[in-house]
Ligand binder design. Structure first.
Ligand code: GAL
Ligand code: CA
Length: 342
């Protein structure tokens, strides 16, 4: 009996040790955000943190709009033994530096939201991108304005048949800023409406900067502005502040403002009737897909995938060998904004 017990104890020990040896190392993912002080990115970050909670070791760093700083953060992640990286680039055109660092250590890299060139993406097979097609968001903004313009002949203030507009841009070298600016106006023109740009300037995705720019636009173009396009909600909301200060949204004085993101404050503005429309930039899905890919790569999973959306090519074609996850945009107006309120 005693012998049997001893054998059993020995066996248990053997199994315990074998089990220990097999215990997987906790995956370690290093995340850098181009700057924490960006409303939309803070929602993406929240989702990554929520998804990672208790599952992996996660380090999230603020790159403070400083590419050299972000490069140092990547060095640190690599020295600390990260098994995958998820990077929201400060300067997407400088991706090669980070890619070379990751490649040298054979640590896979997921880039998200600030899109690098497809040519750079093609340089390594262990680099992925999660984001949304900026062109699509621009087109949707344009479509919202077209519907409004057609339903409201009084919107053409000077009755010249042309739509006079101002444009508030994000950082001008950024893909989202470029394509939203271009494709919003293209959609208006494609609908047969002539446009005239009164002013265009960058407000760096920032609410306060946009408020200042919009105040200046209003002074320089008294009574001439018919529509305000903003590359994101924060800038749209800043413009609305400036418009309110100039007496808009009282009585009959109205200005159509369109933006992108569908953040909670933008949904409130839609409810209040100050914001005409926005486009959902899905922070939850982007954050989740970024985490899913980084986790799969960090753990050497056989299949690199996310349930959010399938892998695709740069052009959007669904393809299991693709390195992109494209999260779709959704048009948000007063008809459907309630569906997006949490
Ligand atoms: C965009 C988003 C903006 C801002 C920007 C940063 O996708 O709409 O609000 O976060 O990314 O690059
Ligand atoms: Ca006009």
């Amino acid at each position: 009996m005693k012998k049997l017990l001893m054998v059993l104890v020995a066996l248990a020990l053997v199994f315990a040790i074998a089990g220990c040896n097999k215990a997987p190392v906790k995956p370690k993912i290093g995340v850098a955000i181009y700057k924490f002080d960006d409303t939309f990115m803070s929602y993406v970050r929240n989702q990554i943190e929520a998804a990672a909670k208790d599952k992996i070791e996660l380090s999230v760093q603020d790159s403070q709009y400083d590419q050299p700083k972000q490069n140092d953060q990547v060095d640190q992640f690599l020295t600390q033994g990260a098994t995958a990286l998820a990077i929201n680039l400060v300067d997407p055109s400088a991706v090669s530096v980070i890619m070379d660092k990751a490649k040298a250590k054979k640590i896979p890299l997921v880039l998200f939201n600030r899109e690098p060139d497809a040519a750079d993406m093609a340089k390594w097979d262990k680099v992925y991108y999660v984001g949304a097609k900026a062109q699509q968001s621009g087109t949707m903004q344009g479509e919202i304005v077209v519907a409004y313009w057609k339903a409201h002949p009084e919107a053409d203030l000077n009755k010249d048949g042309k739509l006079q507009y101002v444009m508030l841009m994000g950082d001008p070298s950024n893909t989202d800023a470029k394509f939203r600016t271009e494709f919003s106006i293209k959609a208006v023109e494609d609908a047969g409406i002539k446009t005239e740009k009164l002013a265009e300037d960058t407000a760096m995705w920032d609410r306060v900067k946009a408020q200042e720019k919009m105040a200046a636009f209003l002074t320089a173009n008294k009574g001439k502005i018919e529509v305000v396009f903003a590359n994101n909600d924060d800038m749209g909301l800043g413009a609305i502040e400036a418009l309110k200060a100039a007496g808009y949204f009282k009585g009959k004085k109205y200005m159509p403002v369109v933006s992108v993101d569908a953040t909670p404050p933008a949904l409130d503005a839609l409810e209040q009737g100050t914001l005409l429309g926005t486009v959902l930039n899905d922070a939850v899905k982007q954050g989740q897909a970024t985490y899913d890919l980084a986790f799969a790569l960090a753990t050497g999973a056989k299949e690199i995938k996310s349930d959010v959306a399938p892998l695709a090519k740069a052009d959007g074609t669904v393809d299991p060998t693709g390195k992109y996850i494209w999260v779709p945009y959704v048009k948000v107006t007063k008809e459907n904004y309630k569906d997006f309120k949490k």
